[in-house]
Structures are given as structure tokens and as C-alpha cells.
Design a protein around this ligand. Sequence first.
Ligand code: GLC
Ligand code: CA
Length: 270
Amino acid sequence: MASLTWVVSFIAVTAIIFFTGTESDTSLACSVIQGLPGLNGRDGRDGINGLKGDPGAQGTPGSSRTPGMRGSIGPPGKEGPKGNVGLNGLPGQKGNSGAQGVEGPKGEKGDNSGQSATLTNVLNRLSSLERQMNQLKQSISSKMKALLFARGATAGEKTFVTSGKELTYEESKAMCLKAGGQLPLPRNSEETKAILDIAQYYNLHVYLGITDIQTEGVFRYPDGKTLTYSNWNTNEPNQDGDEDCVEMLLSGKWNDRACKDKRLNICEFS
Ligand code: GLC
Ligand code: CA
């Protein structure tokens, strides 16, 4: 194989030299003397391996041998290297509660050196009063609701309440004084409306605490002072006969009236 390669190579090199020389003849136009043939080249390198051959014929079976005795157990091998860290185990069960600890020593008394005993006492009483105040407010609020239901009305700081009775001026006045109040003395439209709410509920006229008993034609409050607010009906007061008292009509307007007539008793509390 190597020899064949060299032969092919030699022919190829000789052909190249030959054709190159022919070209030079035409271009240079000079004479050439042919030399001796060169030495053979060295063997070429081995070619690549050929394809795998077919399998050979099956050999004849060999003779059987008797197996020998089993040898004794060899010595233990050397200790192997340390293994990898294993996987985490499952969580354990919850343990029982521990026993109660022993009570610690009593703490030191607080420092109230900056606060006198008197001041501490006052502050304690103040907070106690605040608690009582709140309880009273709630209690009063609840009782007012009960009082005002059907029988009363409020206007500012005033509360008007009826006994539901129909009385003469003197009877009504006496009942209010005995109860700790007085006959109504409306001094503005809000108070007029509060009295009127009750009067309209009972559908009855009401005596006010105003008269002209002291001086005919001059209506006054119980303390003798003259009126600062009035709500007379048209053409009133007309002094129709002997009319020294004043009633509130169902319109809220005033009419001078005979004091002996009976009217719904309403009292004013402030
Ligand atoms: C009745 C009343 C009187 C009132 C008059 C008005 O007579 O008794 O007080 O002024 O009616 O019309
Ligand atoms: Ca009148």
C-alpha cells in the first residue's frame, strides 16, 4: 500500500515538472538538458483500518474440571470512609406542661416621694367622683325619658310636666309649688312650643304663672317684674269681665281669663 502511494506521488511530481518545463520553453526560449531519474521516495504512512471481518468457525468444547474446595473467609476489610449526613428525622411529640414556678420575692415599694399623701387622697376622691358623675348622668338620662313620655317636654334648661289634672289658677299654682316648681313662665318661642306640645296632647288650655292681680292691666311674673316676652292672641288681653289670669290656647296664643276656671295643670321646673 505504501509503495503504491509513492508510485502515484512520483508520477504526479514528474508530470508537474514536465508541464512546467514546457511552459518555460515558450516563455524563455532556451535549451534544457534532461537529468537522471531521482531516488525512490520513502514508504508512505499506514492507511486507516479496514472493515471488521466475518466471525470465525465455532471451536470444539473443552474438557470439564473438578471445582476445588472453598477457601477460608478472609480477614475483615479496612473501615470505609465516613458516610454523608443522613436526612432529618420526624418531629417528636409535644411534651407535658412543666410544674408551676415558685413565687418571686415581693417588689420594692414604689417611689411617690414627689407626691404628698394629701394630693394622692384628693386624686383618688376625684376619680371616684368622676365615676359617680357618669353613673348619675346615665341614671338621670334614663329617668328623663320616662318623665317626658307623654307627660313632659323640655326647652333649654327648663322641663315642663303635667299632673294631668284640671285645676283653678290657685289650685294649679299650689300644686306646682308643692312639687318644687311653679306655673309655666314662657320667655321665648321654644318654651311656648314645649308647653303647647303637652297642651295639645291633652287637648286642654293651660294656665300660665302670669297675672295682673297686683295692678289691673299690667301683667307681671310672680316676682312682680313686668313681661319680657308675650304672645297675646288678637284683641287680647281684653279684660272681659274679671280676667286677671292668663291661659295658653291650643294655638299657643295667650288670652286673659277668669282665674276660677279650670285648666290643665302644667308645672315648670328649672
Ligand atoms: C271668651 C273668653 C274671653 C276671650 C273671648 C275672645 O269670651 O272668656 O277671655 O277674650 O272669648 O273672643
Ligand atoms: Ca280675654
